[in-house]
Write a protein that binds this ligand. Structure first.
Ligand code: LLP
Length: 439
C-alpha cells in the first residue's frame, strides 16, 4: 500500500498534488512519502515481532541513501546496513547509533575497515579470507576486538534477475558454505577477531519464500555445527527484504516471511538482523517528470520526457518495469495506445518502456514513474552533463526538498583544467595536442 493516489483527478503524494511540487521544485524530481515509508517499515518490523523473533531491522542504505529517509527510519527504530564508508558516514550523519550498524560488502578497503572500527559499529560482515586477515591486522593495530559475521554463500538460486542474485556459487559474494567451518576456525584463531554471527544474503527482488527457506535452513544447520565446535554464535543476519510489486508480481507478505524465518531460525534462540531496502522505500517514491516532445511516427509513437536513464537507470540496466501514470487522471473511457516512453539522452538505451499502453499524454503534461523510491536516485549519474535531480519528502500536506537540484557550477566545478593546458609558460594558450595529426 502506498500514498500516491488520484484525488479530484490529480495524482497526489499524500495530501500534496504533484502539480504543486512540479511548480515549486521543477522536474524531474523524486518524491517520497513519509507515511508510506513509515508504514512499510512498521509492517516489516511488526511482522518479526509477531513471529516472536528478536529482530533488528538494519535498513539497506544502498536502496535510498537520502539523509531524510535514513533519519526517518532511524527514528522508527531501524539500524542500517551499509556497504561503503560513504554509506556509513551517511548513516551516522542521519543519527543511526553505531551499535545498530552492520557493514557488508565484498571489497572493503583497509581505511574503510579502520573507520568502521573507530566508529564502533555493531558488526562487520566479512566476505573473504583476505578480508579476515586484513581486519585482524587493522583491529589488532587499534587494540580492538572486532565482532564479526562471516557472510556465507549458501548456493541457493534466488530465482531473481541474474544481475541481482547474490547467493549462488557463481556469484562473487560471501564464502562458500562448504568452507564455512574452516573459515570460522581460522577467524577464531586470529587476533582482533571474534566471530559472533553468521550472515547470508541471496539476492534482491525475491518474490518466492522457498529460496529464503533453503538459505535459512542452511544457516541454522551451520550455526548448530559452529556452536558444537565451540564458537559463541549469538546472532544471525538473514539478509535483504522482499520483492515489491512493480507490475504484476505478487511478493509474499512480511507476515508470511517472518513466520517462515521463525520456523527455521527460532530454535537458535538468538536475535536476528534483517537488511531490507527495496520493500521499505521502493513503493514509497515516484519520479515526477514532464513530457517534452510527443513524436508520432509511422510505426512508433514516442513520448520524450525530461527524465532520462541517468535519473532512473533500472529500465535500461535490468529491463525493470516501472508503472507510468499521467498526473492528470485520464478519463475512464480514454483510449489507450502503445507508446515508447524515452528520455532525451543520446542513445537508444535511454528507453523507459516500449509499447506501453497509455492514455493520451500531451507535451507539457506531467507523468509519474511508480516504484522509484528504491535504486532510483541512488543510481543516478550526470551522464550527458545532466544535473542530479532533487528529492522531495512529503508529510501530509507539507513537503520539503531533502536534496536540492544540483547546480551547473557544482557539476562543472568539480573538473579542473591543468595549468599546462592553459599556457606553455610563455603566457600563450597552447593548442590542444592533436592525436594522429600528421603535419
Ligand atoms: N543486504 C545486502 C548485503 C545486499 O546486497 C542488498 C542488496 C540488500 C541487503 C538489500 O536488498 P533489498 O531488500 O533491497 O532487496 N540495483 C538493483 C538492486 C541491487 C540489490 C543489491 N543488494 C535494482 O535496482 O534492482
Amino acid at each position: 500500500m502506498n500514498h500516491f493516489e488520484y484525488r479530484n483527478g490529480v495524482l497526489h503524494a499524500e495530501d500534496v498534488p504533484l502539480t504543486r511540487i512540479a511548480e515549486e521544485v521543477g522536474t524531474p524530481a523524486y518524491v517520497y512519502s513519509r507515511a508510506t515509508l513509515t508504514r512499510h517499515y512498521t509492517v516489516f518490523a511488526d511482522a518479526f515481532a509477531k513471529a516472536g523473533l528478536d529482530a533488528t531491522i538494519c535498513y539497506a542504505v544502498k536502496a535510498n541513501s537520502n539523509l531524510a529517509v535514513i533519519a526517518l527510519l532511524g527514528r522508527l527504530g531501524a539500524g542500517a546496513d551499509v556497504v561503503s564508508e560513504g554509506e556509513l558516514r551517511r548513516a551516522l550523519a542521519a543519527g543511526i547509533p553505531p551499535e545498530r550498524i552492520v557493514f557488508s560488502g565484498v571489497g572493503k578497503t583497509e581505511s574503510e575497515l579502520r573507520f568502521a572500527l573507530e566508529t564502533g559499529i555493531h558488526e562487520i560482515n566479512v566476505e573473504s579470507e583476505s578480508e579476515l586477515h586484513l581486519l585482524s591486522k587493522v583491529a589488532s593495530g587499534l587494540g580492538q576486538v572486532a565482532e564479526i559475521a562471516i557472510r556465507i554463500n549458501p548456493d541457493v538460486d534466488a530465482k531473481t534477475h541474474e544481475k541481482i542474485s547474490t547467493g549462488k556459487k557463481e556469484n562473487k559474494f560471501g564464502i562458500d558454505i562448504d568452507k564455512a567451518d574452516a573459515i570460522y576456525a581460522l577467524a577464531a584463531s586470529l587476533p582482533g577477531i571474534k566471530p559472533v554471527s553468521v550472515a547470508v544474503h541471496i539476492g534482491s527482488q525475491l518474490t518466492d519464500l522457498e529460496p529464503y527457506r533453503q538459505a535459512f535452513r542452511r544457516v541454522a544447520d551451520l550455526v548448530d555445527r559452529l556452536r558444537a565446535a565451540g564458537h559463541g554464535i549469538v546472532r544471525v543476519d538473514l539478509g535483504g527484504g522482499l520483492g515489491i510489486p512493480y507490475d504484476t508480481e505478487e511478493p509474499p507478505l512480511p507476515d508470511a516471511y517472518a513466520a517462515m524465518a521463525a520456523s527455521e531460525i527460532a530454535r537458535l534462540n538468538c536475535p536476528v538482523m534483517l537488511e531490507p531496502g527495496r520493500m521499505i522505500v521502493g513503493n514509497a517514491g515516484i519520479l515526477l517528470s514532464r513530457a517534452l516532445v510527443v513524436k508520432p511516427g509511422e510505426t512508433k509513437h514516442f513520448l520524450v520526457l525530461d527524465a532520462a536513464m541517468n535519473d532512473l537507470i533500472r529500465p535500461a540496466l535490468y529491463n525493470g518495469h516501472h508503472g507510468i501514470r499521467p498526473v492528470a487522471e485520464a478519463a475512464a473511457d480514454a483510449a489507450l495506445q502503445p507508446v515508447d516512453v524515452v528520455g532525451p539522452i543520446c542513445e537508444s538505451g535511454d528507453t523507459f518502456a516500449k509499447g506501453r499502453m497509455l492514455p493520451p499524454i500531451a507535451e507539457g503534461d506531467l507523468v509519474a514513474f511508480g516504484s522509484a523510491g528504491a535504486y532510483g536516485a541512488v543510481m543516478a549519474s550526470t551522464y550527458n552533463s545532466r544535473l542530479l535531480v532533487p528529492e522531495v519528502m512529503v508529510d501530509g500536506d507539507r513537503f520539503d526538498v531533502v536534496r536540492a537540484r544540483q547546480t551547473y557550477d557544482a557539476l562543472i566545478g568539480m573538473d579542473s583544467i591543468p595549468d599546462w593546458l592553459h599556457t606553455d609558460g610563455s603566457g600563450e594558450t597552447r593548442e590542444p595536442r592533436r592525436i594522429g595529426a600528421t603535419g
